[in-house]
Design a protein around this ligand. Sequence first.
Ligand code: GDD
Ligand code: MN
Length: 352
Amino acid sequence: MRVSIVIPTYNERDNLEELFERISNAMKGYDYEIIVVDDDSPDRTWEFAQKLSERYPVKAIRRMDEKGLSSAVIRGFKEASGDVFVVMDADLQHPPEKIPELVEAIEKGADIAIASRYIPGGAVKNWYWYRKLISKGAIMIGRLALPKIRDVKDPVSGFFAIKMGVVDGIELNPIGFKILMEILIKGHYNKVVEVPFTFGLRKAGESKLSGKTMVKYLKHVYRLMHWEGELDRIIKFTLVGLSGVFVNEGFLWAFVNFLGWGKILANIPATELAILNNFTWNDLWTFKDLKRKPPWRRLLDYHIAALTGALVQWVLYAGLVSLDFNYLISNLIGIVVSFVVRFLFNRHVTWG
Ligand code: GDD
Ligand code: MN
């Protein structure tokens, strides 16, 4: 198997020599090439990469017309001639010694092999607890919002290997912020494995990914949710919820007016009928492609979701009010959070 190692660079001149040397040591016995995609760096990384191609199998690309990490990786794929593509950073935060393990995982049948910080054996060097928390929180959001990648522990890693076919004929969005996540959502693959590694310290130069990173990430997650049809599900779930309000009100009115039931007790069957209404529509419409559990199990789980949502709503309301928040705003927060909880529970459990 021929391996193409794609390395996007911007001002990484001082890292190249050690990087190539370590790759060449790690890749002894492999047929491989290194593809450096540089965005016309002021420190002339592209020029130095070109020079080092006398000693190492390097193809240096100097991009003049385009910028950005993801689009650089996509360009690298287009230039690659291997059967396996490896993507890694130039700053030695990704130890080249891990490449053979990633390639081996592919040889053993994986379509995507991810060097992962967040599986046992993996780590991040010198990150404060809050950096780790933000990183893990961001990943958690991605995994909840995009059920397709929920089993992947580090879907935003910049260090991974894929079989060439995974991205064949796929339209990858060059402004997609996290290229691995883009591939995990849009690529053709069956098996993903993660290999632990320690995300090291940057050797020279500085990180380019700061500032609006989080906003860009959330936008990317949003775009991928749209692509996956998850946004449509949220809209359908909302509409079904609204229909339930009418069912609830209608029956309550009927029970009180026609059957003469007590106003407090009549609310219980009215609510249950609304839950059954919502379940039916969500089962036939919102999640119609996801009926993996038996019907009684879905119905039971749906009730658990409804109950949990109600509880969360009430606890939040009571808690915020007792903290002297405005009661109407507290109620609104409760409603919104309850909605999110119910949607996620149903998406991941009831129809998971
Ligand atoms: N061509 C090109 N164009 N390369 C770029 C650009 C760009 O606009 N921006 C960054 N790079 C290159 C850098 O030169 C480096 O080789 C690599 O992309 C990663 O950039 P860093 O600036 O070192 O990113 P980081 O260390 O903050 O983030 C890394 O870790 C994250 C996980 O925490 C990256 O691997 C991310 O993709 C990853 O999500
Ligand atoms: Mn880095």
